[in-house]
Design a protein around this ligand. Structure first.
Ligand SMILES: Cc1ncc(COP(=O)(O)O)c(C=O)c1O
Length: 368
């Protein structure tokens, strides 16, 4: 196996992935390789990852529950801290119960793993997150895709299925920032004997969850909530079924209980809504200013604002040039996005100033 040759091919095609080492806490301004840059590529939309009250709660959590959970949830790792967070998330989402997972990736794998003997067909949006596709494929369940956010395409495909189905969608699309039409999806699901599953990784904490009756809702806690982990919400029987059948739930160590104490504090701040209002104002400001500059932004009203560049080499070059000018913006390339739609993925957060947003957009305008 010639890994060196494979790596060279990735480099030649501008598809090589590399990591930048951050030397400061996750925040609007971060230090990378000794250089201070404004961070426009974090999912910490509400700036809770380094919030003093969330950090304080984490420390209290460590004092009360220690650092590690010590075991999986079904052995001895399920603490009062995990349980309280599950209850608080159930109340917040208006669902009977929730179940914590270590990551969003494992929660998605966990849902498909539990449902592997229950479904005859699955239809997924063409732009769904990789973890939904991987979960589907690893479970061995049949996978079909419908055109992105296209209800006609979905209806056409659903009408050809028989047996129990599932329709799966990102709620806010991770690389495009647009939102799924949850009510329409639910109607099509009702009509075609399919349960709806949504992955609200990028909407949780920013938009009010829209969870139709008897549907499956998954959200992550490592983005707007600023900590880590994920949860699935649903009715009592479904959550109990996951506990019995979901292998990524059963066979893994529970996340740190202290993280759950910190996440409980994040949830209090999310409910107060101050961060969210400021973020929404930043999104509006960004959209108005980019319009004024005539930048070809996509139609997104979330914190994720993509600018399609087309071509990995060009996307990387602009991202690098922005970095040199003090702005950290990721270049997203295949296989994360389809070939030809390589892009800058700008993410906004509550603490960006209008001046930082203006400067970034002017630099992008010059670079194009
Ligand atoms: C839509 C979506 N689902 C799931 C995940 C996975 O979540 P986590 O990072 O908690 O594993 C992500 C993370 O990038 C995501 O964007």
């Amino acid at each position: 196996m010639d890994f060196s040759k494979k790596l060279s091919v990735l480099k030649q095609n501008h598809l090589y992935r590399s990591r930048k080492v951050s030397e400061s806490a996750q925040d609007t301004q971060i230090v990378i390789n000794g250089k201070s840059v404004t961070n426009f590529c974090s999912n910490d939309y509400l700036s809770l990852a380094n919030h003093p009250l969330v950090k304080e709660a984490l420390k209290q959590g460590v004092d009360e529950f220690g650092v590690g959970s010590g075991a999986s949830h079904l052995v001895s790792g399920h603490s009062r801290a995990h349980h309280n967070l599950e209850d608080a998330l159930a109340e917040y989402t208006g669902q009977a119960r929730t179940l914590l997972f270590s990551t969003g990736y494992s929660a998605n794998l966990g849902i498909f793993s539990a449902l592997k003997d229950e479904l005859d067909w699955i239809l997924q949006d063409k732009l769904n997150h990789a973890s939904l596709i991987d979960g589907n494929q690893l479970s061995g369940l049949p996978l079909q895709r419908y055109l992105h956010n296209d209800m006609t395409s979905l209806k056409k495909k659903a009408s050809k299925q028989s047996g129990q189905g599932m329709i799966v969608t990102d709620t806010v699309f991770s690389m495009d920032g647009d939102r799924a039409k949850i009510d329409d999806l639910q109607k099509i699901g009702n009509f075609s004997n399919a349960i709806l599953m949504q992955d609200d990784a990028h909407g949780f904490g920013v938009f009010k969850p829209n969870i139709p009756k008897n549907s499956i809702y998954m959200a992550t806690l490592g983005k707007a909530a600023g900590t880590m982990g994920a949860f699935v919400a649903g009715n009592d029987d479904f959550i109990e079924f996951l506990i019995q059948k979901s292998r990524p739930y059963i066979y893994t160590t529970a996340i740190s209980p202290a993280i759950c104490v910190a996440t409980l504090k994040s949830l209090v701040l999310i409910k107060q809504g101050e961060q969210k209002s400021k973020l929404l104002a930043n999104i509006d400001f960004f959209r108005n200013f980019s319009n004024a500059l005539d930048l070809p932004m996509s139609n997104s009203h979330s914190a994720i604002q993509p600018l399609i560049i087309g071509g990995s080499k060009k996307a990387l070059k602009i991202s690098q040039s922005l970095f040199e000018q003090g702005f950290y913006v990721g270049a997203i390339r295949p296989p994360t996005v389809p070939k030809g739609t390589e892009r800058l993925r700008i993410t906004l957060n509550v603490n960006h100033t209008q001046s930082q947003i203006e400067q970034l957009l002017m630099c992008i305008k010059n670079a194009l």
